[in-house]
Design a protein around this ligand. Structure first.
Ligand code: AMP
Length: 284
């Protein structure tokens, strides 16, 4: 496995790879790798001849009061984990290599960012779409792998890929959880021991919603109310949102199959998200 830091190097290596007729899989990440990221890399390895992972903490997807500066970074550890998961090339650029000193062009998506995290984190998806577009142009993969953990991001990237005619197959991958149900996230390292145990209310509340739905409850308001009440039992938890939305990220009245139950909750300063797609098999 090789790590490179410049666009020129990535392009040179991938030109060579493609000249041999190999397909390229791409896994974009911000590093601080965990099993969720590695599952994406393994899926790429299974489906493509050559796997590229980007490790780039994207400054323009963070709000001014968010955690860009303290976001965990450990490239040596990431390299070991990525190599173990079958990654062939890590692209780990410095900020100026990607942003330059005068970025004037942005990719913005209408409607799909108006709810959920997009509504709570203004500019977040503009930052994501801009940088993912740049990475798509630099790497030009055949397939790109995204986690359902960031469900709104996944739907936005799918739509952006279609709208901008990127010839890339976007592959959704299931959420990877710890044994106790907490969805893996690079931000879990911020949690104190107590917050880590309080955060289990996320998956517990989603499980409660799954049970309600399986027992025939389809009214979105009732399910949302049950989730909120359950979260409020945990004193340190502060709800950012609890929503049921359709594929266009609009609030839905019913918990119909294909709709998404999505939650965002603060534990101390740490904001965690979780979700499930209604009707899909859930493992937690
Ligand atoms: P991040 O490094 O947090 O930007 O995430 C990079 C990619 O990994 C995104 O496609 C995420 O959705 C995905 N990802 C993060 N956590 C998980 C998880 N627990 N399970 C599956 N995919 C994940």
């Amino acid at each position: 496995m090789t790590t490179v830091k410049t666009i020129t190097e990535v392009r040179k290596i991938l030109k060579e790879v493609r000249s041999k007729g190999k397909t390229v899989g791409f896994v974009p990440t911000m590093g601080a790798l965990h099993e969720g990221h590695l599952a994406l890399a393994r899926e790429s390895k299974k489906n493509c001849d050559y796997t590229v992972m980007s490790i780039f903490v994207n400054p323009i997807q963070f709000g001014p009061n968010e955690d860009f500066n303290r976001y965990p970074r450990d490239i040596k550890r990431d390299e070991t984990l990525a190599a173990g998961a079958g990654v062939d090339l890590i692209f780990n650029p410095e900020v100026p290599e990607i942003i330059g000193d005068n970025l004037l062009t942005f990719v913005d998506i209408n409607k799909l960012q108006d709810n959920l995290c997009g509504a709570k984190r203004p500019g977040h998806f503009r930052g994501v779409c801009t940088i993912v577009s740049k990475l798509f142009n630099i790497i030009a993969p055949d397939m790109a792998f995204f986690g359902k953990k960031d469900i709104q991001q996944l739907y936005i990237i799918k739509k952006m890929t279609k709208d901008l005619n990127f010839a890339i197959n976007i592959v959704p991958c299931d959420i990877v959880r710890d044994n106790d149900g907490l969805a893996l996230s690079s931000r879990n390292v911020y949690l104190s021991h107590e917050e880590r145990s309080d955060a289990l209310v996320l998956s517990r509340s989603l499980k409660l919603a799954v049970d309600l739905i399986e027992n025939g409850e389809r009214r979105a308001g009732v399910i949302i109310g049950a989730i909120e009440n359950n979260i409020k039992k945990v004193k340190t938890a502060v709800i950012d949102y609890v929503k049921i939305v359709n594929e266009n990220m609009e609030d839905a009245d019913t918990a119909a199959d294909g709709n998404i139950t999505a939650i965002a909750v603060f534990f101390g300063k740490t904001r965690l998200i979780d979700n499930f797609i209604i009707g899909e098999k859930i493992c937690f």
